[in-house]
Design a binder for this molecule. Structure first.
Ligand code: NAP
Length: 180
């Protein structure tokens, strides 16, 4: 069975990506902090695993990285809030950097053997246009997305040097309507 892992796949763009991959014949392995609404996905076409990126479940991620049937990984989990920097709480700053940047980089580290391997492994992360340009009222969100952008650019050079044809895709959209 060919499988696709979607981290943040229960809602929004992650759910849309899950549906698209199911249509392409993949079994969707959805990791999120809430299960998807079962009415949104075809029965038997997906499985769900709980993980809150505030406290990354390393054992779960390592077991998924060992699953050779997983050929695709798309990380879409993330959040932001429009507010001037002075109104952000310390906890909110920590959480945003952890969910949008640190945990994602940790996941990519756990999967790095697959990404650097000779077999094709399709891997993408939802960044944001906010990670590419100055974004007032989105300061820490922009910082977290910029971290992903620079990280992906840098590690892709290491991948090129290593000789693998696999790369990580940083998707950096502007605003889109949520699918809910
Ligand atoms: N929407 C836009 O205009 C836009 C533009 C550029 C980039 N992006 C990026 O695109 C990605 C998807 O955005 P979206 O609009 O589709 O958002 P969304 O509908 O809120 O979906 C994000 C998913 O990530 C999950 N998530 C949030 N915090 C998590 C955590 N701590 N642990 C595990 N899962 C967590 C959410 O769970 P809950 O529903 O339980 O919170 C949700 O299922 C995000 O990274 C966002 O920054 C969005």
């Amino acid at each position: 069975m060919k499988k696709a892992l979607i981290i943040g796949g229960s809602n929004g763009i992650g759910l849309a990506v899950s549906l698209d991959l199911i249509k392409r014949g993949y079994h969707a392995v959805i990791v999120d902090r809430c299960a998807p609404d079962s009415s949104n996905l075809p029965d038997g076409a997906y499985e769900y695993h709980y993980c809150d990126l505030l406290e990354l479940d390393e054992d779960l991620m390592r077991s998924l990285a060992d699953d050779k049937e997983i050929q695709v990984m798309m990380i879409t989990a993330g959040f932001g809030r429009v507010a001037d920097f002075e109104y952000l709480h310390i906890a909110e700053i920590k959480n945003m950097m952890t969910v949008n940047a640190t945990s994602i980089i940790e996941i990519l580290n756990i999967f790095y053997g697959r990404i650097k391997g000779t077999d094709s492994f399709y891997c993408g992360v939802m960044g944001s246009i906010a990670g590419l340009m100055s974004s007032p009222m989105f300061t820490v969100y922009a910082a977290s997305k910029a971290a992903i952008c620079r990280f992906v650019e840098s590690v892709n050079i290491e991948l090129e040097v290593s000789g693998t044809s696999n790369r990580i895709l940083n998707v950096a959209p502007a605003s889109f309507k949520r699918s809910e």
